[in-house]
Design a protein around this ligand. Structure first.
Ligand SMILES: Cc1cc2nc3c(=O)[nH]c(=O)nc-3n(C[C@H](O)[C@H](O)[C@H](O)COP(=O)(O)O)c2cc1C
Length: 183
């Protein structure tokens, strides 16, 4: 890999942002297929792949889900979303697997030239379950929204600096509290 290729690949990762404002433009079928294929290959604890994915395009379902949490309002305006459904039994393992799945879906959307965001719909779990028609042995927490960013901007609000703590505030070397980089 050349230095330029590496720089481009790293830039994709550092610029990945949660985009909540999406246009009405539909997501192409081949993009959705590619995103789902990436999702299928997500890693999980002991490769158990406990997830099921519900693809959502219906406005009314998205509107109902958007009301399941104060932080989920943007679901109502998304042309497409994917709800990640888990058994809801082994909470820590499942949350980790689910987080990996979300990140991969967002990266796959980005690779398709799309934007993505997410919302937890667990404030009103019953409403979210009802909207999706889940059976008693399944649970939903995260819904990933996918589409074209509204307003023409590739990634509104994008910018890797200023929206994160500096490395010096985050990284320790060898021992807790040792901030000095030995290199
Ligand atoms: C566990 C988790 C839950 C989140 N829940 C929501 C949510 O309910 N609604 C929302 O708009 N964004 C949600 N987000 C997205 C974060 O707000 C977002 O990643 C964070 O503000 C950083 O923004 P950026 O990724 O655009 O840089 C969630 C992110 C994580 C990791």
């Amino acid at each position: 890999m050349s230095a330029g290729e590496r720089s481009d690949a790293i830039s994709v990762l550092t610029h990945l942002r949660a985009v909540r404002s999406l246009s009405d433009e539909p997501v192409a079928d081949d993009a959705l297929d590619a995103i789902l294929e990436v999702a299928r290959w997500s890693g999980s604890s002991q490769n158990e792949q406990e997830w099921q994915l519900v693809v959502l395009r219906d406005r009314e379902t998205l509107r109902r889900l958007s009301q399941a949490s104060p932080s989920a309002g943007h679901l109502a305006g998304a042309p497409l979303a994917i709800a990640i459904v888990m058994p809801g039994q082994r909470k820590i393992l499942e949350a980790f697997d689910e987080g990996r799945m979300v990140e991969r879906i967002m990266l796959a959307a980005n690779a398709c030239g799309l934007a993505a965001g997410m919302a937890w719909v667990s404030s009103d779990k019953a409403a979210a379950r009802e909207a999706l028609g889940l059976p008693a042995d399944r649970s939903v927490r995260t819904v990933v929204t996918i589409g074209h960013p509204a307003g023409g901007g590739r990634r509104p609000g994008a910018g890797p600096h200023g929206t994160r703590r500096r490395l010096e505030e985050t990284v320790h070397h060898e021992r807790w509290g040792r901030r000095e980089d030995p290199r």
